[in-house]
Design a protein around this ligand. Structure first.
Ligand code: PLP
Length: 368
């Protein structure tokens, strides 16, 4: 039986092979007599799962040795507070506001430090990314935050800014929740990256933080101990009980990612090639139609989250019902943006995008 294609923005589709493997392990992981959810996080079985997951992730994303990988909880929204608590030193942090998520990050950071908007595309309804040369960066800022893929508005940084070339020594913080592992990350431009797992890596409840070692140890005194990056790093993410099930599923996803190949490429490079092909297929169908529209500047369009509107919005309900009948699930747009949104993360195959494109064309033809 084939499963429907799931276009959810998150929690989102997980590779079927991963779900099957987890199902097979549910009652007895590798002859241990225990399911993963029932194991001590300090036992040898879970230590094996954790160590492998960390090593696989480090290898997949080519994370440099001077970065620590932290397995935390609280999601991207908690990181909006945890980052300023750890990095701001109570001073000014700059925000590049390119959509709903970076806007939210700036608002939350303002509770812990001075949060300045260095650039914003809100007046243009977040349809493009302001050119870095025009950003008004604060001299001596403690960090610069951006959201490298705006899940709601469908804009993506296809290149991270080189802050040094812009005259800033501040570390760059990226919220890469909704495109982590969909493409390579240029670590030479990053000080800290964070991502909730539930878009591209596994279940909700696990948050990944990649932090350059020199940024550890500067937390404000009010920082909760469990959210002090240095404490988490010094305890190998076991200061408190980590989200063991989430780490296990993410670990299976890392193994799945390592197995992927595409035209001579493997791992993340294979995923990136596939994601480019998927996004091109869908944008071409939208741009070539007279019913659907996506008005994001082409150079800033996301490969992962593709919002689109029906020019005749009275047909929205019929569109969604017809999609569901064909096994194309969760295409409704976010409530703050409206319309439709197709999230085509790593686990959604090209065949799923083709099925959506076929449906888009068939639905357009049935126009009364
Ligand atoms: C989903 C998402 C978040 C929020 O994650 P929570 O787990 O709900 O806290 C933050 N940032 C981005 C870019 C997201 O896509």
């Amino acid at each position: 039986m084939t499963r429907p294609y799931n276009f959810s923005a998150g929690p989102a589709a997980i590779p079927e092979e991963v779900l099957q493997e987890a199902a097979a392990d549910m009652l007895d992981w590798h002859g241990s007599g225990m399911g993963v959810m029932e194991m001590s996080h300090r036992g040898k079985e879970f230590t094996e799962i954790y160590t492998r997951a960390e090593a696989d992730l480090r290898g997949l994303l080519a994370v440099p040795a001077n970065f620590r990988i932290l397995f935390m909880q609280g999601g991207g929204i908690a990181e909006n507070a945890i980052v300023p608590l750890n990095l701001s030193r109570g001073a000014t942090a700059d925000f590049v506001v390119t959509g709903g998520w970076s806007k939210k990050s700036a608002q939350e950071a303002g509770r812990y430090c001075t949060a300045r908007v260095a650039a914003s595309s809100e007046a243009e309804r977040f349809r493009d990314i302001p050119a870095p040369a025009g950003w008004r960066l604060t001299p001596g800022a403690s960090y610069v935050h951006l959201c490298s893929n705006e899940t709601l508005h469908g804009v993506e940084f296809h290149e991270l800014p080189d802050l040094r070339a812009l005259g800033s020594d501040a570390p760059l913080v990226i919220d890469c929740s909704s495109h982590i592992a969909s493409r390579a990350i240029d670590w030479s431009r990053v000080g800290l990256a964070f991502a909730g797992a539930q878009k591209n890596l596994g279940p909700a409840g696990l948050t990944l933080v990649f932090v350059r070692e020199d940024l550890l140890g500067h937390a404000l005194p009010i920082t909760p101990s469990a959210f002090d990056y240095r404490t988490v790093a010094e305890n190998d993410s076991m200061y408190n009980t980590p989200p063991t099930w989430g780490i296990y599923i993410a670990g299976l996803t890392f193994q799945w990612l390592k197995r992927q190949t595409e035209g001579g490429l493997t791992g993340i490079a294979a995923m990136e090639a596939r994601n480019i092909a998927k996004a091109e297929l869908l944008y071409r169908a939208i741009d070539g139609s007279s019913l659907y529209v996506n008005d994001i500047a082409p150079a800033a369009r996301s490969r992962m989250n593709i919002p689109f509107f029906l020019r005749d919005e009275s047909r929205n309900d019929a569109f969604l019902a017809g999609a569901k009948a064909r096994g194309l699930l969760q295409l409704k747009g976010h409530r703050s943006v409206g319309g439709m949104r197709a999230s085509i993360y790593n686990a959604l195959p090209l065949a799923g995008v083709q099925a959506l494109v076929d449906y888009l064309q068939d639905f357009e033809k049935t126009r009364a």
